[in-house]
Design a binder for this molecule. Structure first.
Ligand code: SF4
Ligand code: SF4
Length: 408
């Protein structure tokens, strides 16, 4: 069994000078994630971070594309291997993928996250990445990391992919491997991360937080530091999309959510690496409540990037394209907005009803509808959908009672 404490920050595999030089040369040729956000912020024409957060022009900032349904693992929150092989037959072809990228780049310049399934399972993934970069998009890769050996790490680096996010779902091998249902997958993912960081690649650790690892939040954060990651993003499990199979027994109760997000707030204050709570919209309410208690105002100086974004971004700054070309507000909200095989991306992004609805916080219902934090939080629309069949209903995993409900 792997002991995560054995994984010390990797030493540069090549000399410090040549790593830095290679990284600088590469950065000159394409936009980094930080530069992409900086450009987007400039494009909003808003001086203050609140303008960026409000995103009144519905600027698409992150597009998650399930490049393939195929995968080499069969995690407990996802599809079975035989199923994934079968449905991968419907993946967009290379030509369809190029046409989609062209259509996307004509209208928006988001960070394009190539995900899956397992994107490295797709034989033409580097062709696709290169095409997107040539179209002016900033490209990131979301992978389970198990296939990344030295050669593949170099290929990712040379392709000018700007960041690789790797899922680590337990602070130790046992927890992670049980979740991933593959003995040795933790070790393989760690090895993949080390191959990448040795080359100077930006690595982001993604952690799905649920019952199996909720007590390991601090250990996961420390592991991310030891691995030299630039960012740690936590995802609070959502019981729809491919997470549907473990919904009931893995979901955290609302009170535990609250405690975990408060702990994550404490960890984030270290500011050693970028931290982000994704798909935990009420974190943005908790962040403001805690800042108020501390007598500080939330700003990029005090709270980094978290001060410039809001809770649920589905359909406002984020969207998801399935391996078949269907467009959804996010990967967990199965309300179809269109298909890139038959429509231009611009038409779907600008005109679809579900996106219009999600962009209007006044349409929120239940306690989210009357909540004073709704514009910075919005609640998880996917969890609302799972609970009630209505994606505008209240978030079921939030313990907060809006002030207005008490007449204050
Ligand atoms: S609806 Fe929003 S918060 Fe929920 S999973 Fe999707 S993006 Fe995340
Ligand atoms: S009630 Fe809804 S909008 Fe308010 S903090 Fe909770 S989830 Fe967010």
């Amino acid at each position: 069994m792997t002991n995560p404490h054995d994984h010390h920050p990797p030493q540069a595999g090549v000399s410090g000078h040549s790593t830095k030089q290679a990284y600088t040369e590469r950065s000159e040729r394409s936009e980094t994630i930080r530069e992409a956000y900086s450009r987007m912020q400039h494009d909003t024409k808003g001086k203050a971070s609140t303008e960026f957060m409000k995103n009144l022009k519905n600027q698409l900032r992150l597009l998650f594309w399930e490049t393939t349904a195929g995968c080499n693992l069969e995690c407990i929150h996802c599809r079975r291997l035989d199923v994934s092989k079968e449905i991968a037959k419907d993946d967009l072809t290379t030509e369809e993928s190029f046409a989609f990228i062209d259509s996307l780049a004509e209208t928006q310049r988001p960070i394009l996250v190539l995900s899956g399934g397992e994107p490295l399972f797709r034989p033409d993934i580097f062709e696709i990445a290169r095409h997107a970069i040539e179209c002016g998009l900033t490209v990131a890769l979301a992978t389970n990391g198990t296939l990344i050996d030295e050669r593949l790490a170099k290929k990712i680096f040379d392709t000018r992919i700007q960041r690789v996010s790797i899922s680590i779902d337990g602070a130790d091998a046992k927890t992670h491997d049980n979740f991933r249902k593959l003995p040795g997958s933790f070790e393989m993912a760690i090895r993949g991360i080390n191959h990448l960081t040795r080359l100077g690649m930006e690595v982001q650790i993604n952690c799905t937080i649920a019952k199996h690892n909720v007590e390991q939040l601090k250990d996961l954060y420390e592991l991310a530091l030891r691995l030299n990651a630039v960012a740690m993003h936590i995802f609070m499990l959502v019981p729809v999309g491919c997470g549907v199979q473990i919904a009931e027994d893995q979901m955290l109760p609302a009170q535990k959510y609250e405690e975990s997000l408060n702990l994550f707030y404490d960890l984030s204050k270290n500011a050693k690496i970028q931290t982000k709570a994704t798909c935990a919209p009420h974190y943005f309410r908790i962040m403001r409540q805690r800042a108020k208690q501390e007598g500080i105002t939330v700003s990029p100086t005090t709270h980094g990037m978290a001060a410039m974004t809001k809770g649920c971004l589905a359909g406002t700054a984020v969207c998801f394209v399935s391996h078949k070309g269907e467009v959804f507000p996010c990967g967990y909200l199965p309300v179809n907005a269109g298909n890139v095989k038959t429509q231009s991306f611009a038409e779907i992004w600008n005109d679809s009803k579900v996106f219009h609805n999600l962009r209007n916080a006044d349409l929120l219902e239940g306690k989210c509808g009357i909540c004073e934090y709704k514009k910075v939080c919005e609640g998880c629309r996917a969890r609302a959908f799972y609970q009630s069949g209505n994606y505008l209903a209240e978030e079921p995993y939030c313990i907060y009672e809006p002030k207005i409900a008490h007449g204050s």
